[in-house]
Each structure stands twice: as structure tokens, then as C-alpha cells.
Design a protein around this ligand. Structure first.
Ligand SMILES: *Cc1c(COP(=O)(O)O)cnc(C)c1O
Length: 495
């Protein structure tokens, strides 16, 4: 299987190369040239399998330059009991007869980013071997909280890699900051940036595109790469859990083979829901893909009108990992829906760069309408949904998950669709204690990790063990930099 740039089909690389590069050199996203097909027999054979086996079987369809044995070994490392506190890794929780919640936060950092970032470092290490690369890869990450921690946890002490994370100084939750500055590992670095997430992100992009820095680093034996969801090695492990959820529903007798299932996904960069789209294209019986946004509703408008327009205010919300105006992975969807038309995609991306806006063709509009439904849930709706789930179902959900649950209700009210639906839970409620406590009628007493105990005392839900262990963990990193100094921080880190 080859991977093509969404902006130039003539640029083709193998799977290992795609994982190593992260991004195509023309700025496009590396995307599979064809989509492997699965059938009922495939799904039946996975219904009794472990999550790790499912992961190896699904990923092997795309990464044809890795063996299934290799991928199974990676999956065992990624999702085993020393990393995941649930033997199913991505368990389904039944909410009512036709509603199920896919919990993706049982990994080491309590956010769904672990599902991919426990796998990516292993794919990347193997890719370095397979492509004969002798340089050390340095992963640069700008994070609004979840990605940075999950990437460090995945890359900590992985040979031939280093990782540097930049986060906005006052832009992450107290728990998220505590998670990052206490990170173990000899090859990790963390730096707070005086500015917001966009400043951190712009700084990282500047470093990536600076030929001078790249040359200096190459001379020192380093190569820069990305752990952002533009890397195919992040999307593919996410395809697995949609297939896995279907297999669980089959195994538990909730559906029969061939029955359609909808997925409702809390969306930011469009990586998670794109993975669901791939699962549908592979032949998994999926009905609608429901794209749930928070107050930053650029995707809702896009799915309804076919016009993507980022010229609008940026809102800081209680679901910060979805506060985003440019959803990078949409580019891969446009590539597929345009019939793999690279010139058309290039046109949209140029318009986005120039005017911050583009309008897709009638063909794409029709294709979007058939497969997707977009909705958003504001701050008050998010709080109400957390409260209602807690009261009516005894189920404590985080702010991001609540956006999905809230939008699912709107979808059902508006369309009357009764198809069994899985909504995706992307973070543990313990990562956002203050908002969750308020939503269930409690006044937060204290700050940061102190609130873990309060939420535990009120709800009786167990605190994830690594979050509980943050209390008293030694702070290892204290670096703060102006945004203009980020280049020097990297050069110093890679001395
Ligand atoms: C990253 C993240 C999202 C958004 O996922 P995308 O793949 O960027 O759409 C949603 N919820 C949480 C908790 C996240 O960390």
C-alpha cells in the first residue's frame, strides 16, 4: 500500500516512510491510495478476539510493510495491563437500549490520545529501521493539554527519539500541567510558552519550516518529525476502535451482523471522526457520522452549507481540546470525497490560506450530506448534559464527551433516527474536575489535583491511578520561554 499527498498524487511513499515523515513535503497529508475492504467474515472472526488482536488485524490491512506479528507485539505493548486499566482497552458502556458509549480514556494519560500515541512511537521506531534511518528523530509538539502529555508518555525513553513539548503558560488545566511537568524519561523536554495555543503552534511550525535550523540539527544527527494527528500513524490506530466497537456490539448480541450503527464523535482537528469515516469506507456497517462541536462551530456550518469559513471569533471553552478553527484532517476527507482530486484539494487549501475560507463542489456537498450530520453544543448545554447523565444514568462524563452526548440528543430530536448509536468518550472526567464538579452541583474546594479527591468523594467513581499518583510527584521541568525564544529552546535541547 502506498500513501499519496493530498496535494500531489505523484508524491507516493510507503507506510513506514509516511509514518516517519508525518507530513508530505508539499504540505499535503499522506493518505492511503486505496481503502482496504472488510466483510462479515472478517468481523465475525474478530468478535471473539482481544483488542490487541483486532488492532493488529485492522492495521495490517494498511501497513503492508509491517508484519501482522510485529503489529501484534506493538499492540500488546500499547494496550496491555501496565498501560491500560481496563482489559478491553476501549470498552463500550451501555447507556440505554440503543445508546452506547465508547470509553477511550483508560490509558496512561486518561485521554483518548493514548489510543494512538501508545502505538505511534513503536510504528516510528520500526519505520526508522525499515527505512535505514540513522538520525535520531526529535518530535516537536505544541499542545493545548492532552496531546503533549500523551506524546511524552508514548515516547519516553524510546531509543533513537527525543520529544519537546510546548504548552501555553496559562492555557492548560492544572491537572494537565501537573501531568506534563512531572513527566519521566531521559529524552523528554517541556517548556511553557508565554502566549496562547496558537502562539505555541505557530512557533513549532516556524521551526519546522526553518531550513537553517533543520540543517544545523541534521549536522548534529537529528531529524524533526510530528506526533500531531496529521501523521497517518495517529489516524490508523483510531480506525481500530470503531471496528472494535462494532465487534463488541455483535458479541454482546446488541446488534446482528450487517445492522447499521451510527457514531457520534466530539471533534476538534477532525482526526477521530476521520478514522470513523475510514471504518465506514472499509465496509463496516455504519449509518451516519455525527460530528459534534463545541461553541467553536466552524464544522457544523461547513457540514450544513459546504462553506468552510474560519473568519470568526475563537472561543475558549470548558472542552479546550476542541477549541480549534482549522481542522487539519478535513483535507484528507476532501481528497477522498473529490475522487482523489489533488488539484481540487490544492485549490481549497490555497483559498483557506489566502482568504480563510473555501466552498466545496456540489458533488462534495452531496457526499457530505449523505454521510455526515453536524451539530454543536454550547457551554450551558455541556453542563446540563453532564448533570443529566449523572442523574439519570449514574454516569460521570467529561466536558468533551458531554458535547457529543448533547449533540446526539439534538440529532435524534431533529431526524427521528432510531439507529443504534455509539458516542465517543474522549477524556476521563477527572481531567476536568472543576467543570464536572460544578455541573453536578458542587462548589470546587481547592485547585488542581486537590479536586481529584473531592470529585471522588462526591461521585464514588475511582480516580485513574496515574492521576492519583500526581499528588506529591516531583516537578522536573520549570522552563518558561517567550514565543520568539522557542527556536533557542529547541537548539539547546538538541545540543
Ligand atoms: C483531541 C481531543 C478531541 C478532538 O479530537 P480530534 O481528533 O482532534 O477531532 C476531543 N476530546 C478530547 C478529550 C481530546 O483530547
Amino acid at each position: 500500500m502506498k500513501y499519496l499527498s493530498t496535494r500531489d498524487r505523484a508524491l507516493r511513499v510507503g507506510g513506514a516512510e509516511a509514518v516517519k515523515l508525518g507530513l508530505s513535503r508539499d504540505g499535503g497529508l499522506l493518505t492511503p491510495e486505496s481503502i482496504p475492504q472488510i466483510d462479515g467474515g472478517f468481523l465475525e472472526s474478530l468478535a471473539g478476539a482481544s483488542y490487541q488482536e483486532r488492532a493488529a488485524r485492522v492495521m495490517a490491512l494498511y501497513l503492508t510493510d509491517y508484519t501482522e506479528e510485529e503489529l501484534l507485539a506493538f499492540a500488546n505493548n500499547a494496550y496491555g495491563p501496565d498501560k491500560y486499566d481496563h482489559s478491553a482497552a476501549a470498552p463500550l458502556r451501555k447507556v440505554d437500549g440503543s445508546t452506547h458509549c465508547l470509553e477511550l480514556w483508560h490509558g496512561p494519560t486518561s485521554a483518548f490520545k493514548d489510543m494512538a500515541l501508545q502505538m505511534l512511537p513503536q510504528l516510528l521506531s520500526a519505520a526508522l529501521r525499515k527505512t535505514g534511518e540513522d538520525k535520531t528523530v526529535c518530535i516537536l509538539v505544541a499542545t493545548s493539554g492532552d496531546t503533549g502529555k500523551a506524546a511524552m508518555e508514548g515516547f519516553a525513553d524510546v531509543p533513537q527519539t527525543k520529544i519537546m513539548v510546548f504548552y501555553p503558560k496559562d492555557g492548560v488545566s492544572k491537572v494537565q500541567e501537573a501531568q506534563m511537568v512531572t513527566q519521566d524519561g531521559k529524552n523528554v523536554g517541556v517548556c511553557a510558552v508565554k502566549g496562547n495555543f496558537d502562539d505555541a503552534q505557530a512557533g513549532v511550525k516556524r521551526i519546522f519550516s526553518d531550513e537553517g535550523i533543520r540543517e544545523t540539527l541534521a549536522g548534529r544527527g537529528y531529524l524533526l518529525s510530528s506526533a500531531n494527528s496529521i501523521n497517518w500513524g495517529r489516524i490508523l490506530p483510531q480506525v481500530v476502535y470503531y471496528v472494535s466497537a462494532y465487534c463488541d456490539l455483535l458479541r454482546d448480541g446488541e446488534i446482528r451482523m450487517g445492522d447499521k450503527v451510527n457514531f457520534c464523535v466530539p471533534t476538534g482537528n477532525f482526526g477521530d471522526i476521520l478514522a470513523a469515516y475510514y471504518a465506514k469506507r472499509m465496509g463496516l456497517p455504519v449509518g451516519k457520522l455525527i460530528c459534534a462541536s463545541n461553541k467553536n462551530d466552524v464544522l457544523t456550518d461547513f457540514l450544513r452549507t459546504g462553506v468552510y469559513d474560519k473568519n470568526r471569533p475563537f472561543h475558549t471553552t470548558m472542552s479546550p481540546s476542541m477549541d480549534i478553527l482549522v481542522s487539519s484532517n478535513l483535507e484528507r476527507l476532501l481528497f477522498h470525497l473529490s475522487g482523489e482530486n489533488d488539484a481540487e484539494v490544492r485549490g481549497y487549501m490555497e483559498a483557506l490560506g489566502k482568504d480563510g475560507r473555501y466552498e466545496v463542489s456540489e458533488t462534495i456537498k452531496a457526499a457530505l450530506k449523505e454521510r455526515f450530520w453536524g451539530g454543536f453544543c454550547g457551554e450551558a448545554g455541556t453542563m446540563e448534559t453532564i448533570a443529566r447523565y449523572y442523574k439519570e444514568h449514574g454516569y460521570l462524563i467529561d466536558t468533551h464527551t458531554a458535547v457529543a452526548a448533547g449533540v446526539l440528543e439534538q440529532y435524534r430530536a431533529e431526524t427521528g433516527d432510531k439507529t443504534p448509536t455509539v458516542f465517543v468518550s474522549t477524556a476521563s472526567p477527572y481531567k476536568f474536575c472543576d467543570h464536572v464538579l460544578r455541573a453536578i452541583g458542587q462548589e470546587p474546594e481547592g485547585d488542581g489535583v486537590e479536586l481529584l479527591e473531592q470529585l471522588n468523594a462526591v461521585s464514588g467513581v475511582a480516580v485513574p491511578r496515574r492521576l492519583a499518583a500526581l499528588k506529591g510527584k516531583e516537578r522536573r521541568f520549570d522552563l518558561t520561554a517567550e514565543k520568539a525564544e522557542m527556536d533557542n529552546v529547541v537548539l539547546e535541547f538538541l545540543k
